[in-house]
Design a protein around this ligand. Structure first.
Ligand code: ZN
Length: 161
C-alpha cells in the first residue's frame, strides 16, 4: 500500500479549527484538497504530519504558528486609501495580493479590513500567530507525473495546470 512520501500527490479532507474550537475552514462539501508532497504547497507543519499516512487514515494535526502561517512581524496593518487600488479591483477582507516595495521586491499582503475610505493592509497572513488544528482524512494518494514534479504542484485530469 502506498504511503505519503515526497513525489506523491495527496487528496485529503480537513476541518481547520483554532484554539477555541471555532471552525476557520473546511473542505467538506467541496472537493478534497490536492497537494504535491514535498513541494511546499501546504503549511510545513501539516505537510510534515501527513508524511507516511495511508488512504483512509484520520488524524488530528496540531500545527504551531512557526510551522503554520508564521508569527506576526513587521509593520502590521497599515491604512491605504482605496484610490491606491485599481477601480476594477474587487476589494474584500481576507484577500491576498502581491505588491512591490520601493526596492522592487514582491511582498505578499492581505486585506485585514476595509471601510469607505481606507483599506487596512497587513503583511501578515490572517492566521499568523495562531496554532492550527486540522482534523485530516486522507482520501487518495498517487505518484506525481513528471510534469507535476517539474512544476511543483498537482495537475488536473489532463495533466494541465
Ligand atoms: Zn503545472
Amino acid at each position: 500500500m502506498s504511503e505519503i512520501a515526497n513525489g506523491t500527490v495527496v487528496s485529503f479532507h480537513y476541518i481547520l479549527t483554532d484554539d477555541s474550537g471555532a471552525v476557520l475552514d473546511s473542505s467538506h462539501g467541496r472537493a478534497p484538497m490536492d497537494y504535491l508532497h514535498g513541494a511546499g504547497n501546504i503549511v510545513p507543519g501539516l505537510e510534515k504530519q501527513l508524511l507516511t499516512h495511508v488512504v483512509g487514515d484520520e488524524f488530528d494535526a496540531h500545527v504551531p504558528p512557526e510551522e503554520g502561517y508564521g508569527l506576526p512581524q513587521g509593520p502590521g496593518p497599515q491604512a491605504m486609501p482605496r484610490s491606491a487600488f485599481p477601480a476594477d479591483f474587487e476589494l474584500a477582507a481576507g484577500m491576498h495580493f502581491v505588491a512591490k516595495d520601493p526596492e522592487g521586491n514582491s511582498i505578499g499582503l492581505w486585506i485585514a479590513s476595509l471601510d469607505e475610505e481606507n483599506v487596512m493592509v497587513d503583511n501578515n497572513h490572517p492566521l499568523a500567530g495562531q496554532t492550527l488544528h486540522f482534523a485530516v482524512k486522507v482520501e487518495a494518494i498517487r505518484d506525481a507525473t513528471p510534469s507535476e514534479l517539474e512544476h511543483g504542484h498537482p495537475h488536473g485530469p489532463h495533466d494541465g495546470c
